[in-house]
Every structure is written in C-alpha cells, then in structure tokens.
Design a protein around this ligand. Sequence first.
Ligand SMILES: NC(=O)c1ccc[n+]([C@@H]2O[C@H](COP(=O)([O-])OP(=O)(O)OC[C@H]3O[C@@H](n4cnc5c(N)ncnc54)[C@H](O)[C@@H]3O)[C@@H](O)[C@H]2O)c1
Length: 269
Amino acid sequence: MAFAGLDLTGRKALVTGAARGIGATLAVGLAQAGADVAVCDLGSDESWEGLANTVWRIRNEGKVGIAVDLDVQEVEEIRPTIRQVERDLGGLDILVNNAGIRRRAPALEVTEEDWDAVMDTNLKGAFFCAQAAARLMIPQGYGRIINVASQFALVGAANRAAYCASKGGLLNLTRALSLEWARYGITVNAIGPGPTLTPGVLEAEELEAAFADAGRGGLSRDEELLVKMPLGRRMDPEELVGAAIYLASESAGATTGQMLVVDGGWTAM
Ligand SMILES: NC(=O)c1ccc[n+]([C@@H]2O[C@H](COP(=O)([O-])OP(=O)(O)OC[C@H]3O[C@@H](n4cnc5c(N)ncnc54)[C@H](O)[C@@H]3O)[C@@H](O)[C@H]2O)c1
C-alpha cells in the first residue's frame, strides 16, 4: 500500500520554468503523486511548445494541467498570474520555484546585464513568486514552497560567480521565509540538485568549452564529475522527483527552512 502521507491527491501546484528540464519533470512527478498542476515559462514559441508537452504529460496522468505565460523577471505580472492560476486550478497549495538561468563566464568578464539577469530570475523572481503564493496560502493555513537551488548554494564553482551568489541567496531566502510563514502552516524548503542532464546544462557546457580556463584544473567535464561527484555521472531529472514530492507533501509539515541536497555526493567531500 502506498504511504498516504506522500499522496498529493487534491493538491494544486504551480511549477515555474516547466517547459523543459527539471521543471517539466517535477511538474509531471507532482501529477503522478496526485496533484493538479499549472506550469509556466517564458512566452516564446519554444517555451509554449515545451509547456504544451508538459501539460499533455500531466493530463496523461489523469490530472488537471494548465499552461500559463509567466516570465518571473516581470515582477508586475507575478501576482495577477498566480491569482489567475489559483482561480483556474481551484486553489494553490504548492509552489515550485524552478525557473532559473545560468550565464557562465570568468568573473572578470561578467557584465552588469549578466549579473542582473541571473539575480532577477533565480533570486528576485523566486522571492516575488513566493510572496504572491504565500498571500493565497496564509488564509488557507497551508502551503508548500519549494525553491530549486543547487549544490552551488553550499560550495563555489569557477565561471559561475553570479549563479553561485544567486543560489546561495536563494538558500538563505528559504530559511528567512520559513521563519515568517511557519505559523501559517506554510513550509519553505529548497532542493539542491547536483549536475543534472537538462537542455540548459548542455547549452551552458557548450558555451563554456570556449573558455581558456574552465576552472577544472585541466580536467574535462567528465573527469571532473568522476573526481568531485562520488556518483560519477550527471543525474537524471527523475532522480529529483522523490525529493520534490516529499517536500510538497503533508509528510513534510515539520521540515522547513532546509535544503534537501540531491547531488550525487558532490558536497559530501
Ligand atoms: N541541471 C542542473 O545541473 C542543475 C543543477 C542545480 C540546479 N539547477 C536548477 O534547476 C532549475 C532548472 O534547471 P534546468 O537545468 O532544468 O534548466 P533548463 O534551462 O533546461 O530549463 C529552465 C527552464 O526555465 C525557463 N525560464 C528561464 N527563465 C525564466 C523566466 N524568467 N521565467 C520563467 N521561466 C524561465 C526556461 O525557459 C526553461 O524552460 C534552475 O533553477 C537551475 O538553476 C539545475
């Protein structure tokens, strides 16, 4: 018999950045655990195509799936869009702040535009989505907010100054919000994925190949994974789903302000 504490039947979730990669996989995973799921992403044709596919997979699980256009950098759009999602789904219990970008570059070459784009998406966008969701969750006395951070919230990495700063900030934001909202039955936690095979990672690695020093002490990416990650390989997004279901569930009611690190052992050393 399945453990009822992890059953998300009747719960309503929103996953940001869910046209592809980790967001798409987590959205489908929440539906497999029983939730109705709204997904959002940028308004580009490519994003809409990805969202349509994610929604199709959610509906295949027999759950309600809705796609909305939300660029989390557009703070003015966040509150009305999340309210609309709540109306369309008939509630909002779970928010997964997954939308994130990476702009890899040596620190000396990072531009203000790169810095702002990374911070505005990974940190500011996540904060204002959490704020908008909490406004709806507080009156109902229940909520689960999950921020997709990174193992780079805990340790640094070359060529990722802004990214590391944004994820470190997101982890401490998680702790700060958890303190404010625990009294309303809202938990705020993070997931800390390690290297995971997604379209975004493959694009970034292709660009990084052009840097004279990738910051790996002369190691290739595959050699670095063997040295730094006991698992010895990139993870599959599916390997993050169980963590998300737990943090989204009633079972996690006493887990708040934490990051569940799923990084193949990267930060164990
Ligand atoms: N893949 C990894 O190795 C890894 C490791 C640690 C953390 N993460 C984090 O996981 C999350 C997802 O990463 P991924 O690898 O699946 O990336 P990805 O690039 O494959 O997918 C990210 C999705 O977010 C969307 N997005 C980007 N900016 C957005 C915005 N402003 N508003 C709404 N949507 C936006 C993109 O369009 C895309 O669909 C990110 O927060 C990332 O930092 C990934």
